[in-house]
Ligand binder design. Structure first.
Ligand SMILES: [Zn+2]
Length: 276
């Protein structure tokens, strides 16, 4: 029994004894060990192809590693083609593992990239919604602050500065003729500072706006707001009427910057984007 050869080293060692009693599997050696034998394959082939030669070599040849390979193969020396096939098989297996590892690594990378893309997408979506909400808020604010005509339909029958026997001085506002009962709305947000009857003005509402400008709504049929009420351009201050010194139903609109003397409402409202 050869005791100089161990299973764990797989290294052929010079033999001085007889051939092993037990044949060994042909492919028991790992490719790594087989690879080392490849340069010796030629010698092995020689031995395999010439049994007589091996016999001639006798024990004197057992010190040759190639001969040891033959012995380790149970006496059947691997041919060059078989060794090459074994190497290729092992290489392909190793290559397969590497391919698998690369594929797994790529899959992990793809998963990470997809997760990142999803996070980016979610962030973009949140940002888009935030901007949309901000835009809506600004639009709502702009809408709330907007100035609008006080009537949906009218004819200008008297302009600012006109002279008429109806007025003690020149005309202090603009007359917007409209059917009785048509809702008169505030031209802009503000606070009602007057709501009552005022002689020639008839029923009158005064709204003071954010910039200090006051708008007057006169000849109303009645009053729809009270002093101190906060209004917007949606708020109806009263219906068109013909109270006070008038010849017919219309809205007398005045604009008085910072509570001062009246100015031309057409020009003043144009400054706020409202073109009467
Ligand atoms: Zn008037």
């Amino acid at each position: 029994m050869p005791k100089h050869r161990t299973e764990d080293t797989h290294e052929p060692r010079p033999r001085t004894g007889t051939r092993p009693d037990r044949p060994r599997p042909r492919h028991r050696k790992p490719a790594r060990a087989l690879g080392r034998f490849v340069p010796l394959v030629a010698a092995g082939v020689v031995l395999a192809s010439g049994g007589a030669l091996a016999a001639e070599l006798g024990d004197s040849a057992t010190s040759d590693p190639a001969h040891a390979l033959g012995a380790a193969s149970g006496g059947n020396v691997l041919t060059a083609a078989e060794l090459d096939a074994a190497r290729q098989e092992q290489l392909s297996r190793g290559g397969g593992r590497r391919v698998l590892e690369v594929e797994q690594r790529d899959a992990r990378m793809v998963a990470r990239l997809e997760a990142r893309a999803e996070r980016l997408q979610a962030r973009r979506e949140r940002e888009r919604k935030r901007r949309a909400a901000e835009r809506e808020r600004r639009q709502a604010l702009a809408e709330a602050r907007a100035w609008r005509p006080p009537l949906t339909g009218y004819d200008i029958t008297a302009t600012f500065g006109q002279s008429s026997s109806l007025w003690s001085t020149v005309h202090t506002g603009v007359d917007l003729a409209a059917p009785s009962g048509m809702p008169v709305t505030s031209t802009a947000p503000g606070t009602v500072t007057f709501a009552g009857y005022d002689g020639a003005y008839g029923y009158k509402v005064v709204v003071e706006h954010e910039n200090g400008t006051a708008t007057w709504y006169a000849h109303l049929a009645s009053l729809s707001v009270n002093v101190g009420e906060v209004v917007s351009h949606h708020t109806v201050v009263g219906p068109v009427g013909s109270t006070g010194n008038v010849t017919g139903p219309h809205l007398h609109l005045e604009v008085r910057p910072t509570g001062g003397e009246p100015v031309d409402p057409v020009a003043a409202l144009a400054g706020q984007g409202v073109h009467l």
